[in-house]
Structures are given as structure tokens and as C-alpha cells.
Design a protein around this ligand. Structure first.
Ligand code: ZN
Length: 305
């Protein structure tokens, strides 16, 4: 399973506008609440031991939240409701107050890569991170500047001044592997860690199809023309609110002209070398993206064909 995919929750969208139903679920002793502190999910356990997702019974972490802190309904698991609550107002919740000694707050990438959590929990944590992050960035109306109000169990912010409604955003990003014969095009962004190469990527722009965005980005960044764009799979990527759309494309040639404002380097990676890298060859001078990233799966799926 690609991390952040496979969310099993019933999002109960038909019930989210029913404020009484939502309030009842928040107090229901069978419900579970995930505290998020400064966008880091709570994990139960000790720093160096095994960790599990920090879902808590109602009443435990609520005193740590500011009065209007977002508490988002993630969905239903059977009859049980799951919420995410922002407790960023707490000073040091790992060491003070009702959660002290119970667990740790861990940055989202680290939680997804190292904590050994079930795939479904990583998907739910990604949803929680994306939703809380959206609320923290959208406290004011984009139309008139007035403070907005939390609504629909977290799936809307409403402006009481101009009546505008604002909805959680998902930004489409194309991430694509151009191939030519037995090689694929990989590049290094300027901000990448040393030695890492990955598939090229970029935001889809207004008025553009996925296929057009793939062709434009590869040409802009590497000067390569492509055709026959095909879809691989998608991945929710909560940093802060992207949907990664993985694609393949056939290059018309191998000449590369790098856009030096975007890329530090790019080259054609031969399939044999890609296979060795994915098998963990540490003697190579370059590194592939880790399994948390859809780019890893794009390259692996192509290399193993
Ligand atoms: Zn407004």
C-alpha cells in the first residue's frame, strides 16, 4: 500500500451539517479523538518503543484545546466516530497535563515512515493533518477578510459577513516518469537532500488537463517533449494539501535542457541501475526516493515491468 492511501472511514457527509448529531458523537464514550499538536499527530507509547495511533476517549485531551480550536469529524468506523482535535494551544502536552507520559507527538513524515503504524492509520493521520492544516490557514475570508466560522464538522468555513462559503482544498500535482527505451528521466530539485533523484513534478494549473500538465512540466524543467501520457495511480499528500497524480509519458528523444531555476541536475536512468538501486545497492552514487513517496512506486513499477 502506498502511504496515505486506503482510508477506510465512512465520511458520513450527509450527517456533517447536523450540529446536534456531531455534538452527540463528540460526547459519545465510544467515539475516539486524535489530538494534533502543531500539526503533529499523537502516538501512544514511549519515544523508543512501539507506537500506536493516539486515539483517545472523549474528555481526556479536550481541556488542552483553545475554545474555538478545530475539531474535525474524520468519519465513522462502523458506528464509532473518529475526530481530530487541534491542541496547538498547549505549551508542552507530552510532558504537562492529561497526556503527560502517555505518548509522543511526531512530525507527520516521521510518523508515516518509522512508527510501524497500520496502513489504514497512516491514511487517517494524513486526512487529519490535511484538515487541521487547512483550518489553521483559513481563519479569514478570502473574499472580504472577516474571520470565518467552523462549520459542517470541519468540511466548511463560513463567512458571517459576506456569506461566502470556503471548502477544504486539494491541490492536484502531476508527478511523472518520462521513459525512452530502457531508461527513465529523473531529476534533482535544488532543495533535495544530497544524492537524491526523483520523478519530475509540478502543480496542475487552471485551464489545463492532467496530460497537458505532464507534457508542460517535463518540457519546462528538462526540455524533453513527450507523448502518450498514461495514468498510474494517485496519492493524497498532506504537505499541506496535495493530491499526487502519478503518470508515465513517452519521450520523443533524450536531449535534456535543464531549467536551472528548478533543477540542479537530470539524467536518463537505465532500468538495470534503477533495479539495483531499488534493491538497496548502497555503492551507487545516487539515491532513489523512499517508499513514502509515490515517485518510488512509479519508478519501481516501471523498473519491474
Ligand atoms: Zn467574507
Amino acid at each position: 500500500m502506498i502511504p496515505f492511501c486506503g482510508n477506510p472511514l465512512n465520511r458520513a457527509s450527509e450527517k456533517r451539517a447536523d450540529t446536534q448529531w456531531v455534538a452527540d458523537r463528540m460526547r459519545d464514550p465510544s467515539s475516539l479523538i486524535l489530538p494534533m499538536w502543531k500539526l503533529q499527530p499523537f502516538l501512544i507509547g514511549q519515544q523508543k518503543g512501539p507506537l500506536e495511533t493516539g486515539f483517545l476517549q472523549p474528555g481526556l485531551c479536550e481541556p488542552l484545546a483553545a475554545p474555538n480550536a478545530p475539531c474535525v469529524l474524520l468519519g465513522l468506523e462502523g458506528d464509532r466516530a473518529l475526530f481530530a482535535l487541534d491542541i496547538s494551544a498547549a505549551r508542552d502536552p507530552e510532558n504537562e497535563g492529561p497526556l503527560a507520559g502517555l505518548g509522543v507527538f511526531r512530525e507527520m513524515r516521521g510518523a508515516a515512515m518509522t512508527a510501524g503504524l497500520p496502513d489504514k492509520d497512516i491514511a487517517i493521520l494524513g486526512q487529519a493533518k490535511a484538515m487541521i492544516d487547512w483550518h489553521l490557514r483559513h481563519g479569514f475570508c478570502a473574499c472580504c477578510g472577516h474571520p470565518t466560522l467552523f462549520a459542517d464538522a470541519g468540511y466548511k468555513r463560513a463567512c458571517p459577513n459576506c456569506r461566502a462559503e470556503h471548502f477544504p482544498r486539494t491541490d492536484p500535482v502531476v508527478i511523472m516518469l518520462a521513459t525512452h527505451g530502457d531508461a527513465c528521466l529523473v531529476g534533482r530539485g535544488k532543495q533535495f537532500p544530497p544524492h537524491f533523484f526523483s520523478a519530475l513534478a509540478g502543480f496542475v494549473e487552471p485551464g489545463e488537463t492532467i496530460e497537458e500538465a505532464v507534457a508542460r512540466e517535463i518540457h519546462e524543467e528538462a526540455g524533453v517533449r513527450v507523448k502518450n501520457v498514461t495514468y498510474f495511480t494517485t496519492q493524497p499528500w498532506p504537505f499541506p494539501s496535495s493530491l499526487m497524480i502519478g503518470c508515465y509519458a513517452e519521450a520523443e528523444g533524450r536531449d535534456i535542457i535543464i531549467d536551472q531555476t528548478e533543477l540542479a541536475d537530470a539524467f536518463w536512468l537505465e532500468k538495470d541501475r534503477a533495479r539495483r538501486l531499488l534493491a538497496g545497492d548502497a555503492s551507487d552514487t545516487i539515491r532513489m526516493p523512499p517508499p513514502i513517496a509515490i515517485a518510488h512506486h512509479l519508478i519501481r513499477n516501471w523498473a519491474e515491468r
